[in-house]
Ligand binder design. Sequence first.
Ligand code: COA
Length: 416
Amino acid sequence: MVLPLEGVKVIDFTGVQAGPACTQLLAWFGADVLKVERPGVGDVTRSQLRDVPDLDALYFTMLNSNKRSLTLNVKTPEGKKILEQLIRDADVLVENFAPGALDRMGFTWEHIQELNPRLVFGSVKGFSEGSPYADLKVYENVAQCAGGAASTTGFWDGPPTVSAAALGDSNTGMHLAIGILAALLHREKTGKGQKVAVSMQDAVLNLCRVKLRDQERLEHVGYLEEYPQYPNTPFGDAVPRGGNAGGGGQPGWVLKCKGWETDPNAYIYFTIQEQNWPLTCEAIGHPEWKDDPAYSTAKGRQPHIFDIFAEVEKWLADKTKFEAVEILRKYEVPCAPVLSMKEIAYDPALRASGSIVEVDEEKRGKFLTVGSPIKFSSFTPKITGAPLLGEHTGEVLAQLGYSADAIATLRADKVV
Ligand code: COA
């Protein structure tokens, strides 16, 4: 099986989640990804949130599969020289250090270009160049707050809320991967590499585009008719938190099903699709709502939409979330059970599709990880284990012409 990125050499000078998620994707698609790590320490996620003493944490293994690992102290002249050698021979370099850290190591964009004008250089920072916050170190939740996600997530009577989805980290990595692939295609046309920069704030904002849409609508008309606040609570001058309201033109809500009193996930998401209203009325046992003007149009329903949802909950009271979806799907109601992470982990369909895979590692044994969410007709990414710290240091340095003694000295070097 020929993989699309076979032969593409990637230097993965990244850590934590945003950078590693990007390079892991490139590795799944066939690139040779060499992770450069601090001797003796490695990526901090190797030791964070460990579930088994002395083993690389799942945090690390789930973001660094299909890669190789080289330990290198880039703050020494020898380490710099080796990284320079690697850059000369690479197609892509990816980093997500704190602002200025790579420059301090001597690898400014100007120097990188001098070393290899064909190199595509991918860089993640919390904020874009020129931002008043550009100097800040940034983690996931900081980005969610700065990118518009937190102020628009949660309930109106509660504080800004961050999402469990890694909108700041993995999402930024995915954006960077798209940019790198575009730059590689661009290089085919121009012969030149380039810098591809993505800020976490921008990547979060890109996924919050419907909320920017709502801000503009609010400024034009003063209200947002699909939000639960409408029409009884006045709107302020910024998009409010809308709880579980649908973000598009189809109202929806999370509704209780049988067992909700004891099971925190006994819920479904229920959507009222305008064009499917007559069938929806049939499904929930209210055929009389089809032609009643207080129910038959979106405008008629909106003022008492929560009474309608309360009626649907009465219909759901004796049905589990799975039974409810079985019925509703026959009436083409857009809906799904709220799945717990446990249900997802053991979902046979997600295993069969390769969206969740079981990896067998020599030291850890079997563990679950996410597989490629992108499905190709010509190949299936094979997810392997993550490298041990410095597992490939010997082979990489030997290829660069270092003797066994020199390799042993370099390996013993620690970053201070
Ligand atoms: N050899 C020598 N030094 C190395 C090294 C190596 N192989 N790898 C890392 N280092 C050094 C860096 O040069 C830096 O040293 P300096 O501070 O003296 O310049 C130091 O290790 C730590 O770097 P870094 O990991 O960037 O800083 P941090 O641990 O304090 O901050 C973040 C971590 C994630 C907050 C920061 O990297 C950041 O804001 N990154 C950009 C946004 C981002 O990607 N956030 C994370 C999303 S998951």
